[in-house]
Design a protein around this ligand. Structure first.
Ligand SMILES: *[C@@H]1O[C@H](CO)[C@@H](O)[C@H](O)[C@H]1NC(C)=O
Ligand SMILES: *[C@@H]1O[C@H](CO)[C@@H](O)[C@H](O)[C@H]1NC(C)=O
Ligand SMILES: *[C@@H]1O[C@H](CO)[C@@H](O)[C@H](O)[C@H]1NC(C)=O
Ligand SMILES: *[C@@H]1O[C@H](CO)[C@@H](O)[C@H](O)[C@H]1NC(C)=O
Ligand SMILES: *[C@@H]1O[C@H](CO)[C@@H](O)[C@H](O)[C@H]1NC(C)=O
Length: 451
């Protein structure tokens, strides 16, 4: 009797083991560790725009077991940070120990103990280094524990999502829940795509040995971010490669915004050398050139690209000059009352409609080489505010904003913008409508052959 029950227990244990092995071999969790031969050449994240708050968010899998995280997409952000106050359950969470290589990678010199909980918990461990996660919506930062955990996302062949891949020890900051104030629910943090070593582009490039390069394609509701090499393909069969983009040098602002985690170091944001603006093919006269260049001592002035400003913000004198040139070049248009945050609105009745949006004067950003870097047609300059009124989608930033021109999300929509960190350049596709496609036209249907 005893022998038989022992035997049965053994049988039972072995069948559980067998079942486990079977489940493991069937479970669709390809990771780098399990498939050393598989090296993706690029990765993708989907992007969604919240219609009310105009925040662009993305989703990736985090932790073990994996949890889908919605994160604000922050082009200039220096790291990934997530709210660790919500129950954070993960068997793969590891705090970054003081003075470890991870702390140097994050340029963190802050080192400390945590007394806010009696026992170690994600976000609160002793002898760990910290960084300063930053919320760009509320311009707030606080200290947070630097840590690693696994993240997963889809690889791509440029056309479809391919196999899911994981980065087992992805560096990020643990933030207290108050830092998520201002983020559109269910956002649990911020995905920074800035130029630091710990922002997403550099960590992915290091994990998969592909170039430090990424491309953002924001849509009015859906879009995509590619990491690594192109090509970038959109339905129906429209391909963008480095050859089809117009490149401009990326500038480094030597002085970070106060309060960001890169304080005291060069900014992690992307600046471009705009030297002038054309409206309707003609240069806007008398733009203040002091404002257009970055002041090396203070970091003020210049032009940056932003995914957290919903519309382009211009310093007052630039705003007035551009708006007046626009009205003059538009000719016979009927002004309507201003609708905040815009100052220049028009009756749409008199406007023509083209493939590239309302037929209004083109606004062009001219770069240091005298060439046009970014051309904005009606689809990127005119914002429909009611059935019969559309406004010039630029916002007056006041007389002393830190940055003279902040190119915002609406002006980037349906343009593919590639940031080549190694080559220190940014490439613009021009409006995708010109080739009869949109940023929402990346084919997110999984293909079994795409890698
Ligand atoms: C950190 O260490 C101190 C004692 O040195 C202890 O009181 C505290 O509870 C520890 N904190 C954590 C999170 O382990
Ligand atoms: C990969 O892509 C598929 C199809 O779009 C999606 O359902 C899945 O959530 C993605 N996986 C990850 C890890 O993002
Ligand atoms: C240009 O901008 C700078 C910096 O704001 C300002 O000091 C200067 O007076 C401006 N120049 C003109 C001609 O308005
Ligand atoms: C301007 O537009 C109005 C109404 O659309 C029209 O009546 C008028 O003739 C136009 N004027 C010119 C100079 O085109
Ligand atoms: C999207 O990709 C899937 C998988 O490769 C393919 O079956 C489908 O035909 C594609 N959709 C279109 C509209 O081409």
């Amino acid at each position: 009797m005893a022998a038989s029950s022992l035997h049965r227990r053994f049988l039972h244990a072995s069948s559980v083991l067998l079942l486990l092995l079977l489940l493991l071999s069937l479970s669709p969790q390809p990771s780098i560790a399990q498939q050393p031969s598989f090296r993706p050449k690029s990765l993708i994240l989907s992007v969604t725009k919240d219609p009310a708050t105009r925040q662009y968010t993305t989703t990736l899998l985090h932790r073990t077991p994996p949890v889908p995280l919605t994160l604000l997409l922050h082009l200039g952000g220096d790291s990934l940070w997530v709210n660790c106050d919500q129950p954070y359950l993960s068997s793969t969470y590891r705090p970054a120990r003081c003075r470890s290589a991870l702390c140097s990678l994050a340029a963190s010199t802050a080192c400390g103990d945590c007394f806010s909980t009696p026992r170690p918990t994600p976000g609160c461990n002793n002898n760990t280094c910290g960084i300063f996660p930053y919320n760009p919506i509320t311009s707030t930062s606080t200290s947070g524990e630097l840590a690693t955990d696994v993240i997963s996302l889809n690889s791509t062949d440029g056309s479809n999502p391919g196999r899911s891949v994981s980065v087992p020890r992805f560096l990020f900051a643990c933030a207290p829940s108050f830092l998520t104030r201002g983020l559109t629910p269910p956002s649990a943090g911020v995905a920074g795509l800035g130029r630091t070593r710990i922002a997403l582009p550099s960590q992915f490039a290091a994990a998969f040995s592909f170039p430090r390069k990424f491309a953002v394609c924001l849509g009015s509701s859906n879009g995509v971010v590619f990491f690594g090499n192109g090509p970038y393909n959109f339905l129906p069969n429209v391909q963008y490669t480095s050859q089809s983009l117009t490149y401009t040098r990326l500038l480094i602002n030597p002085v970070s915004t106060a309060g960001s985690s890169t304080a005291g170091e060069p900014s992690s944001e992307y600046f471009i050398p705009v030297t002038g603006i054309n409206v309707g093919g003609k240069p806007v006269p008398n733009l203040n050139s002091t404002l257009l260049s970055i002041d090396a001592a203070t970091g003020r002035g210049g032009t940056k690209i932003s995914t957290v400003d919903p519309y382009t913000v211009l310093e007052s004198s630039i705003y007035a000059a551009v708006a007046n040139a626009f009205v003059a070049a538009a000719g016979n248009v009927t002004r309507a009352s201003a609708v905040a945050p815009f100052g220049f609105c028009f009756r749409t009745k008199g406007l023509t409609v083209t493939r590239l949006g309302y037929g209004v004067p083109t606004v062009e950003l001219v770069m240091e080489n005298g060439r046009v870097g970014l051309s904005l047609f009606g689809a990127n300059t005119m914002v429909q505010v009611s059935d019969d009124v559309a406004c010039l989608g630029f916002v007056d930033g006041g007389s002393s904003p830190r940055t003279a021109i902040v190119v915002g999300g609406y002006q980037l929509e349906n343009n593919l913008v590639e940031f080549d960190l190694a080559g220190s350049r940014v490439g613009f596709s021009g409006l995708l409508f010109g080739r009869q496609t949109t940023c929402a036209n990346f084919n997110f249907t999984t293909s079994t052959t795409a890698a």
